[in-house]
Design a protein around this ligand. Sequence first.
Ligand SMILES: C[S@@+](CC[C@H](N)C(=O)[O-])C[C@H]1O[C@@H](n2cnc3c(N)ncnc32)[C@H](O)[C@@H]1O
Length: 235
Amino acid sequence: MQNQESAVVFDQNRASTYDTRVAKIAPLRDSLHLLTRLILSQLSDEARILCVGVGTGLELIYLAQEFPQWQFTAVDPAIAMLDVCRQKAEECGVASRCTWHEGYLDSLPPSPLFDAATCFLVSHFLMQPEERRNFFNQIASRLRPQGYLVSADLSSDMSTPAYQNLRELWTQMLQYAEFPDEVIQEFLDSHGRNVAILPPHEVESIIASSGFESPVLFMQTLFIHAWYTRRTSLD
Ligand SMILES: C[S@@+](CC[C@H](N)C(=O)[O-])C[C@H]1O[C@@H](n2cnc3c(N)ncnc32)[C@H](O)[C@@H]1O
């Protein structure tokens, strides 16, 4: 597997159904978006935001509508996901403030440092802690000192009864969202195999050793944990 490449495929089929499938559970992501908006609200009107693993652009469109002057760079290796994002950005009238990069961070052309980065439901696809550290380090290197990172990932201690309990609720949530049974099973089977489900303190330690201050856990929705932190000023 190449540097940063995830084993989970975001192809045409997944891209075209992504937004519909998460529509019924939109309130779960709405709180993440609202809190991200509040965390980043002190940034200036000229802020430049790096959206890593932007997918179909749910976070980008929301932030672009809340902050009508911010500029966005959308990074995603999955062309089908990025195409959906680009089309939605055009429909919402925010595309002129977006730069698109189909690929991983390591091929993103040099640019002025960003004021903040979002990285939602991406880093857990990197199975090895060292790969994940390298990934966060690459985000840090793109941020100005004290620039913000808001990151959300699946996280849990898989050895605990709490994990098993949450797994049942997670399954109910996916059923409620009308994911097909085989997709639900695929998601569940991916835990620890294609998706690194680490305890929150381990994710925090990876982020904190990748050029960031100690992350603050600001939200948990079932397995989804969200942190914010700032790039250290030291390197
Ligand atoms: C589960 S989707 C999340 C999309 C969006 N951030 C959201 O919250 O709805 C994960 C996205 O991350 C992208 N991705 C996976 N590995 C990546 C990597 N190493 N760097 C950047 N993007 C990656 C995938 O192509 C996919 O579009």
